[in-house]
Each structure stands twice: as C-alpha cells, then as structure tokens.
Design a protein around this ligand. Sequence first.
Ligand code: ARG
Length: 585
Amino acid sequence: MLPVRKEIIARLASLTGLPEPEVETSLEIPPDPTLGEYAFPCFPLARRFKKAPQLIAAEMAEHDWPSDYVERVESVGPYLNFHVRRSYLYNTLLPQILREGPVYGILAEGKGKTVVVDYSAPNIAKPFSVGHLRSTVIGNALCRLYRSLGYKVVGINHLGDWGTQFGKLIVAYRQWGDANRLLEEPVQYLYHLYVRFHQEAESTPELEEEARSWFRRLEQGDREARELWEHFRALSLEDFQRLYRYLGISFDSYMGESDYNDRLEETIELARSRGLVKESEGALVADLEPYGLPTCLLRKKDGAALYITRDLAAAIYRHETYSFDQMLYVVGAEQTLHFQQFFKLLELMGFSWAGNCTHVPFGLIHFKDGRMSTRQGKVIFLEEVLKRAVELAREIIEEKNPSLNEKDSVARAVGLGAVIFGDLINDRIKDVEFDWEKILDFAGETAPYIQYSHARVCSILRRAAAEEMISANGMDTELKETTTSGDAAPLKVHNSFGEPEEETLIIAMAHFSEEIVRAVRDNRPSYLARYLLELARGFNKFYHNCPVLTASEEIRQRRLQLVAGVRIVLRNGLALLGIEAPQEM
Ligand code: ARG
C-alpha cells in the first residue's frame, strides 16, 4: 500500500475508532479530481457519534492533517476529502514507479494464503465454446491478479472428461471413425462424431442402448473402452493445451471429473452418515428442500454418479491437498443453482470451509456477426474466434502501418488482446455482445486502443533516448524489462508540478495498486480494465495538450518521467489481464 494511503487510513481509524480494514474498504477515490485523491464518507459514523454526517465531516476536517504526504483535508457535504502533496507525487512516487518498473503496483496482501481457481473446464467431445472462453479469460485474469498480491494460486482445469457422451463417442468411432482425422483435429472431430451419433440415432434408436452399454463397460474398466477413452482424452487435452499456450495460459492441475471416480462412494457415504441421503426409485438423492433448494440427485439408479457428486469429491480432495483459504469457481451464471446446492451440501456434510468457496458467475456471450455461428452449426469453436481476431488485427496493421517489423507477433498480441479485453471490460455478470469492429477499434474502449497508447509512449521514450537526453537520469533507455540499478544518477527534484493533464496521470498511477486490490476483492477484473482505459485516455489527452520532447528542459524531464511511468503501469496492468503490450504497432 502506498504510504500516503496507509497514513490516511491509520489516522482515520484512530480518530473515528473504526477498525482499519473498515476504514480501508470505505475509503473512496473521488470521481472528480478537484475533490482530491481520496474521500472518506462519513455516513456510517452518524449513528456512532449521533451527529449529522456533514457535521462530522466538517469537524474532522479541522483536525491537524497536513504531513509529508497530505497537503490539506476539506469537507464537502458528508465527505472528507484528502488532497495529496504534489511534491510527494512527483518527487517520491514517480521515482518509485520508475525504480520498481515491472513490480510497481504489486503488493503482498495475500502472502501466506492459498486460493484455488477452478476455471476454463471444457468438456471433451463437446466443443470448447465461447462460454468456456469467458471462463478462461476471466479465470486467467483472476489468477494473475491474486498472484500479483502474493497469494499462492492453484489454477485447476476441471476437465469434463467423464459421462455418457463417451459411450456415444465410442459407438460412433467404432462405426464411422477415421483415425487420421482424429489425430488432425481431435476436438472438432470428436464433436463431429458426437453430432453424427445423434443424427443417426434418430433413425436407429438402438444406438442409444449400445452407447449406454459401452459407457457401462467403460465404468467397469473394460479394456477396449478404457483405451479409446484414454486416447480421446489425451488427444483432446493436447488440443486444448495448444490453445492455452497460444493464449499464454497454464494450469497447475488438470484433474478432471474422471479423476474422482474412486472417491465417489466415500463421498456419498459421508453424506449418508450425516443423514442427507434418501433413496428414491432406486436412485440416491439429497433433500435440500428445508433449505429452500430443490432436491438433488447424487447417484442414478443405474449407479452412475453425477456432476455434483464429482464436485463434492473434488472440493474435499482439494481442501485436503491444498488447504486453501479460498476457492473460486469461474463458471457461467446458468450454473448458479448447481453451486448453491453444492455449497449447501458441503456445509451440511460438516465442512466449515464451505463458506470459503465462491461461485464467480458470468453472463452469456453472443456474436453480432452471424458468420461465426454458421460455420459449425450453433457451435462456436474458440480456436476459430481467436484465429479470426488475429487475422483481422493483421489486416488493420497492414493498412495502418505497412512497414512495421514483426507484424505477426504484433497481430497476435492485438488480436488476442482485443478478444480478452472485449470480454474483461464488461461487468462479468452482464451478457456480452461480441462485435468484431467494436473490439478491434483502435479508438474505442478496447485493448488495441490501450496497446496503441502504450506503443506511442514507447516511441516518445525511444526518440528521447535517441536524443540521449534521458539516459543519465536512470530511465531504461532501451526499454528493457529490468529497471535501472541503484547506482544510476538520482532523478532531479521537481519544484513545479505542471498542467492538469499531468496531474491526472500521476494521480491515476498512484491508484494502480488500489485498483488491483478492488478487482480482487470483488473478483471483477473489469475494474482494472476500466482503469487502464482511463489511464490510456489520460495519456492521450496529456500528449495532445502537453508537448514533451519540445518542452523546455525542466518540463521536458518531468514529462518524460511521467511518460515512462505510464509505460510501466500500462504494461504491468495489461499483463495482469493476460494481454501483451508490443512496443510498436
Ligand atoms: N465442464 C463444466 C461445463 O462445461 C464446467 C465445470 C466447472 N467446474 C466445476 N468444478 N464444476 O459446464
């Protein structure tokens, strides 16, 4: 936490008698910068002090606030507004940003704590759909955000690798399967077989019984069934992993639904011992009606366990293995009821940590451009979406900057960035409409806009470096990852603090880590996405109104430092969302 924020929180806590964490959560960032950098709402104190919040704010403002960090404190209505010293921002914070570089904004709030993040989790033989895209993108951003706060993060891909669809697949593959096509594009081909099975089963209903029988054989460990299943699973996994690599994502565990097969009985027994299980027409169910939830099936009458049974077993296993402090399930809102039932059962089974499990739901996604949805029936394959995004990005780059070096890697960063940011900028709970033009608009609320701003920043710094003016000041002239070592000449002390556009930038940079904390607290990467967008906008306004390279020496130095700071924050922030920032575009 920045020392200025720390100081404000500590002093507010001692003045009001509120605990620090409570002060911290209520401390706001005023929407209008003329109101200062921090605002404390006094409403919650009204009851405690038996006074109107306006009065409390006015009285608190009289306190002796000024310090090395705080210049003045004013009351505006029920708010207490804090104005931070410019000399602190320009002479202490700015050098700190430049010194810390890639680690600026990274706090250690989560040190010693473990979070499990269950995300992506596609189903084998059913397509990796855009719904899984949302889980993948949001889950990956959350993993990076938590990790940046020092949490130990365990990213788990709970693969959908078990279920009756494998009986169908085995039947379809034995009848119509082509080994080479399966090797070429496993995920698509298995889905194709799955669809074909359903088509054929319409005229040949016996296929259904055959599929059920093959699934039983699989469950009983039949060698042929088992081998085919393993083959399908391994190929699909490789295919998924290729996509994850392309997106720069990796998981700590790929334990999927099938990996809990040998723990299901135990799990059901445990539920039974707590009096939670009833028999109903040969099946086993858990009655949750007393808790206002529908009854749920734990085992079918043919002995097959269900999705929720596997989730129970998996959660128990994960708690034994990782003893997590928190577990997040990044799964679409359509599964809300499932998670309510599942968490309730955990609690009733006596696991006090059930309360540390959270469903992080998100809305649906649809494409404005019908093109994506017609190629493969109703289904959209993630791979196609990504390829198309990169192709479109490549076309735009070709048109805007035909002489650019390394067009391929830039197109990849921009195309993938557009898709990722196009998702993350939305409050996750809302549905998203995917509109190619919108997400790739270089002037819109997009990754390409931020990336382009970042590339502009880099170009200013390159030109300045070329003029060999800033190297002595400890800025990384070659734009290397590493920051300068301690023996670089100290930055010059600023005595004048510049235009409003400069203020906006330095203040926004000061709030970076707070935005990360906020995003983690609500599991909403959208906060950080929005923040980066505002910072990029602030930079463009600044650049439009405040000359940098042609300014007089003192101002030029100050502005170059600001620009270097912007580069660091944009780059670090994009990385936390899983987006690359090319130096040229
Ligand atoms: N495979 C599931 C689906 O596609 C998502 C699994 C989510 N994770 C979990 N532990 N239930 O709907």
